[in-house]
Design a binder for this molecule. Structure first.
Ligand SMILES: [Zn+2]
Length: 412
């Protein structure tokens, strides 16, 4: 039986070159006294845009853990898969993020809703204030998504073998957040459908734009997160879901203002968490090239010019998770005159630096297709500046993410 430990972190590495540099941050955390399980994740969307295969993620994870002598578990996540996309991930992955967001709100039979409501009257009232109207509405909204998750889960049981994979159910890529009482209904339905999920990724309220900080009400997030933790603990006790079931935060990376809240709530409750970061490792690669200067800086500038020209095409697949104001993007002619320091300051996520430009950062974040098209030239540049880039990849992951999330403010 494969189970996921209390703390785990999803890491993306678009070009598959930074596995060791990423893992070095987890080694540092272990030395500081916290075990965090690395989970290399890459979605079908990313594989398609870059032209890679799930087997390459497995190869990267195996190579990195081998090279650094990592003796703890590690996982490879088939990120945001559905029935149509899961097959190519089966051999390489042992963690599956079952994405059923598209099925939320899709019509389900009224008989199924009525029967579900009748079977779950015992949930009314209780610690989460579920009313019969909320129960019925949630059943109508989420039952089809749960049925879809169950279908994928059973397919995984058949192909991977029961207990031979970690299942996450994700509902985050949708417009309306799920409230804690809705999460309660969703977990009850998943349990009833036999989906032994170990992590659940709801959509929290507020904006989780890629690579930049959270936009929303922090106090409200903290209440909601604390309530969700309570719902998960209740669901484990009452519904027979796995004892290690935990929340998964699809952070889109760099939700710096949420990290102290998450840390505080985990400490208060003893709960675990899975935090998925997005592909910000790629941004450290670009920053590293800019920092290197010379030809590498010139390549970074050329790539930006291409991204700027193709900004609509590049942003299109990510339109619900980025907010770029084209008027705030620097003109490529201006960027061409930038020094290494100017480029790095605009790109790296230091909210205190007045030269940091979140629009520039988000465009580069979604612009990795341009680097994929440069092919060999880009990969050779990464190799030429390996040490410089690796230093920032490790440092970013450890200092900006792992330390505030898992060690607290004094952990650095
Ligand atoms: Zn997600």
């Amino acid at each position: 039986m494969i189970t996921l430990e209390r703390f785990s972190m999803g890491i993306g590495d678009r070009f598959g070159q930074e596995g060791e540099a990423q893992l070095a941050a987890f080694v540092r955390a272990l030395a500081a006294g916290v075990e965090i399980i690395p989970v290399w994740n890459k979605s079908n969307r990313e594989h398609t845009l870059i032209g890679t295969d799930p087997a390459s993620v497995r190869a990267e994870a195996d190579a990195a853990t081998g090279a650094l002598g990592w003796k703890r578990p590690y996982r490879v996540d088939a990120d945001h898969i559905g029935l149509k996309t899961v097959d190519r991930f089966l051999a390489a992955s042992d963690f599956f993020t079952i994405d059923v967001a598209d099925f939320i709100g899709q019509p389900v039979s009224e008989d199924a809703v009525r029967a579900f409501v009748a079977r779950h009257q015992h949930l009314l009232g209780g610690p989460f204030g579920l009313t019969s109207q909320m129960l019925e509405r949630a059943a109508r909204k989420y039952l089809l998504a749960v049925q879809e998750a169950a279908q994928i889960y059973r397919y995984l049981e058949k192909t991977k073998g029961t207990g031979q994979f970690i299942a996450e159910v994700s509902m985050d890529e949708t417009d309306t957040p799920q409230t804690p009482p809705e999460l309660l209904v969703i977990l009850a339905a998943l349990a009833e459908a036999g989906v032994q999920a170990q992590t659940i990724a709801p959509k929290f309220s507020g904006r989780f734009n890629k690579g930049v900080d959270y936009v929303g009400d922090l106090a409200q997030f903290e209440r909601e997160f604390a309530d969700d933790l309570a719902v998960v603990a209740f669901a484990v006790r009452e519904f027979g879901l796995p004892a290690n079931l935990k929340l998964s935060i699809h952070s889109g990376s760099d939700k710096f203002s949420l990290y102290p809240i998450v840390h505080r709530q985990l400490r208060r409750t003893g709960a675990g968490v899975h935090v998925k970061t997005a592909g910000t490792t790629w941004l450290e690669e670009v920053a590293g090239l800019a920092r290197a200067g010379g030809e590498a800086l010139r390549l970074a500038k050329e790539m930006y010019a291409a991204m700027y020209a193709r900004r609509e095409e590049l942003a299109q697949p990510y339109r619900t998770v980025i907010e770029i104001d084209p008027k705030q993007l620097p003109d490529p002619a201006t960027v061409n005159h930038w020094t290494s320091d100017q480029f790095v300051a605009a790109l790296r996520h230091d909210p205190k630096n007045p030269r940091f430009n979140p629009h520039f950062r988000q465009l580069v974040h979604v612009g990795f297709k341009v680097a994929a098209e440069r092919g060999r030239e880009f990969r050779d540049a990464l190799t030429a500046h390996r040490a410089l880039i690796a230093e920032w990849v490790t440092d970013n992951l450890y200092r900006n993410h792992i330390a505030p999330l898992f060690l607290g403010a004094n952990g650095v």
